[in-house]
Design a protein around this ligand. Structure first.
Ligand code: ZN
Length: 131
C-alpha cells in the first residue's frame, strides 16, 4: 500500500545496513532519511544484550546532533558509559543522552539484559530547529 504521495506506507525490509564513521561494523538503520519521502531524522542501532564491555565504535563525530536512546525491559537493567569530548558518564535505562553536532563521542555497554536496546537518533539539524 502506498500513500497519496506515492511512497510506501510501511517499510519492512529492515534494517538498512550502512557504514558510519568510526564504527567497527556496518550499522543497522531502522529509519533512514530517504524513507517515506524524506525524514528529518534517522534511527540506527539495536540490541546490546550481548555487548557488555564491547564498544561498537571508536570515538567519532557527526556533522549533526545524535541522541542515544537506551531502553530495557525494566528500568535499570541496562547501563551505558557515554564519552563526550573525553568526559565519561554512566547512564541507566531508560535514558536519552544528547550529543551535540561535532562533539567527539562513543558509548560502551556496561550492563545489559536480553531485550536491552541502544539507538542512535541522528537529527538533520539542531533540535531547537525541528518542529
Ligand atoms: Zn555517533
Amino acid at each position: 500500500m502506498t500513500t497519496a504521495e506515492g511512497h510506501p506506507r510501511a517499510v519492512v525490509d529492515l534494517p538498512i545496513v550502512r557504514s558510519v564513521e568510526g564504527h567497527f561494523h556496518p550499522v543497522p538503520f531502522f529509519l533512514a532519511r530517504e524513507m517515506f519521502g524524506g525524514l528529518p531524522f534517522e534511527i540506527a542501532g539495536g540490541h546490546i544484550g550481548d555487548l557488555v564491555g564491547m564498544p561498537v565504535a571508536d570515538a567519532h563525530v557527526h556533522p549533526v546532533p545524535e541522541i542515544y536512546l537506551l531502553v530495557s525491559p525494566k528500568p535499570g537493567q541496562a547501563a551505558i558509559e557515554v564519552e563526550i569530548e573525553g568526559v565519561a558518564q554512566l547512564y541507566e535505562s531508560p535514558a536519552a543522552i544528547f550529543v551535540p553536532a561535532g562533539a567527539k563521542h562513543r558509548f560502551i555497554t556496561r550492563r545489559a539484559c536480553e531485550g536491552s536496546f541502544c539507538f542512535g537518533i541522528f537529527l538533520s539539524k539542531p533540535a531547537a530547529e525541528i518542529r
